[in-house]
Write a protein that binds this ligand. Structure first.
Ligand code: ADP
Ligand code: MG
Length: 476
């Protein structure tokens, strides 16, 4: 097994940083440059040579370390675009993660526009998926339950498969997919490569791998966040004062985007109610949301029209949210390993981030466990240092407008951008992220122009047609 300690991984970055050393096509090398992937991340540097050589692999590294690119390059290298059969299958725990993986593979495969990638996840009707499968696909990304459904109905044929990827394997085990995964693996040809990626290494992983990986090589990236990138501070709070402390932190540091981690769903609900009452723009991800509602929460958080996402570990794991200024551990986690996964959400790639942890006296043993496991000493600060900055409660810089009409109506981001910049006369800088889903389009606009932009959109046209636009937060 290769274990990369943090210092060894820095060496790895320094020594074998470039994708240029990998046996990848010239077109792929050029595409990687265009995508801004100039150097390999440590997990990519450690796992790609093994995966490209055709070995089975178990790779463990924290969220945000670039695992998707690692397995995608391996499976794309082996793909034959002229053979119109499913050659790679990637199992992911949730639809969101499957969508993220699909998008990343699309970006990586864009040099070759003949490669067809299908996402097959639960919560969507079967029929259209079966139709798409009839038209053929090279790569399938999906959730284990739905993939099983297709296998049972005979709509998915894996006879030509040569790469099976288990992404976020730990999370799939958490969600009870063990048997489904085993059954899917049994439906794959014996002669294949299996790549298993995981953020943590619970015992179930060893079980899985002994069932159907063949002499896997293991790569493990031990985590230690550099102090310079994540600034950690601990605060002692009282049980009654915990939520107030969250508000104090937000008003003092005024981070544009924060994830507040709670240990239970009840705590999430209570904190959300508290923050909203204080005037913060906060949202939560929880099990009772349907898929459309989850999408809407994530869209608003990612486009900076929601300041705080309140979540449990299960709800937030694996989400790739760039540009997070702060993480707040509202409760100290029961599992010290989880602490690092939580705070690893902030300070990614070349950004600095804050990680705040709140502890009541009864949680000190858990703080100690975190310190011991990660070999650092908690830096304690007093709540008295926190004084509200700026004027009034913190507001997110953007507001999300929802347009009825999306991919089905053939709306593209450029159409909405055009309506707002050419027709309505706004600058590119006043418009934020634009997300087009099946039936809706979400566009973030500068808070200062939100009212007027909404009026102009409703009075004008997008793609030559009248549209209906709303403030998304008013419809949630
Ligand atoms: P993981 O699956 O390990 O949680 P992801 O694959 O989602 O991580 O990658 C996290 C982010 O890092 C993504 O936005 C991805 O585009 C970016 N990324 C991946 N590889 C590189 C690289 N070599 N250089 C720069 N950014 C990268
Ligand atoms: Mg991932």
């Amino acid at each position: 097994m290769t274990i990369l300690t943090p210092s060894a991984s820095e060496d790895a970055t320094a020594a074998s940083a470039s994708f240029g050393e990998l046996p990848l096509s010239a077109a792929m090398q050029a595409n990687l440059k265009q995508l801004g992937y100039l150097a390999m991340t440590p997990i990519q540097a450690a796992s790609l040579p093994i995966a490209l050589a055709g070995h089975d692999l178990i790779a463990q590294a924290k969220t945000g370390s670039g695992k998707t690119v690692a397995f995608s390059l391996a499976l794309l290298a082996r793909l034959n675009p002229r053979s119109f059969a499913v050659q790679a299958l990637i199992l992911c725990p949730t639809r969101e993660l499957a969508d993220q993986v699909t998008q990343e593979i699309r970006r990586l495969a864009r040099a070759d526009d003949n490669i067809k990638i299908l996402s097959l996840c639960g919560g969507a009707p079967m029929r259209p998926q079966m139709n798409s499968l009839e038209h053929g696909a090279h790569i399938v990304v999906g959730t284990p339950g739905r993939i099983m459904d297709h296998l049972d109905r005979g709509s998915l044929d894996l006879a030509a498969l040569n790469t099976l990827v288990l992404d976020e394997a730990d999370r799939m085990l958490d969600m009870g997919f063990f048997d489904d995964i085993v059954r899917v693996a049994k439906s794959c040809p014996k002669e294949r490569q299996t790549l298993l990626f995981s953020a943590t290494y619970p015992t179930g992983i060893a079980d899985l791998s002994s069932r159907f990986l063949r002499q896997p090589q293991e790569v493990k990236l031990l985590e230690k966040h550099e102090d310079t990138k994540i600034r950690q501070r601990f605060y002692e709070v009282t049980r009654e004062g915990r939520f107030e402390a969250v508000g104090l932190l937000l008003n003092h540091f005024r981070p544009l985007s924060t994830i507040a981690f709670c240990n239970t769903r009840q705590q999430c609900r209570d904190l959300l109610a508290y923050l909203q009452k204080q005037g913060f723009h906060a949202l939560t991800l929880h099990g009772e949301l349907d898929q459309r509602e989850r999408d809407q929460v994530l869209v608003q958080f990612a486009n900076r029209s929601c300041s705080v996402l309140v979540a449990t570990d299960v709800a937030a794991r694996g989400l790739d949210i760039a540009q997070l200024e702060a993480v707040i551990n509202v409760d100290i986690t029961f599992e010290p390993e989880v602490h690092v996964h939580r705070i690893g959400r902030t300070g990614r790639v070349d950004q600095q981030g804050w990680a705040f942890s709140l502890a009541v006296p009864g949680e000190m043993a858990r703080v100690k466990a975190v310190e011991d496991l990660h070999r650092f000493e908690a830096e304690w600060h007093s709540l008295d240092e926190l004084v509200p900055q700026g004027s009034g409660v913190m507001l997110p810089p953007m507001v999300t407008l929802q347009l009825l009409g999306g991919r089905k109506e053939k709306i593209r981001p450029g159409d909405v951008l055009g309506a707002l910049t050419n027709d309505a006369g706004y600058t590119r800088e006043q418009i934020g992220k634009i997300n087009v889903t099946e039936n809706s389009t979400y566009v973030a606009v500068d808070r200062k122009i939100a009212q007027e932009a909404l009026r102009k959109l409703n009075a004008g046209k997008v793609k030559g047609k009248k549209v209906k636009a709303y403030f998304l937060h008013e419809r949630m």
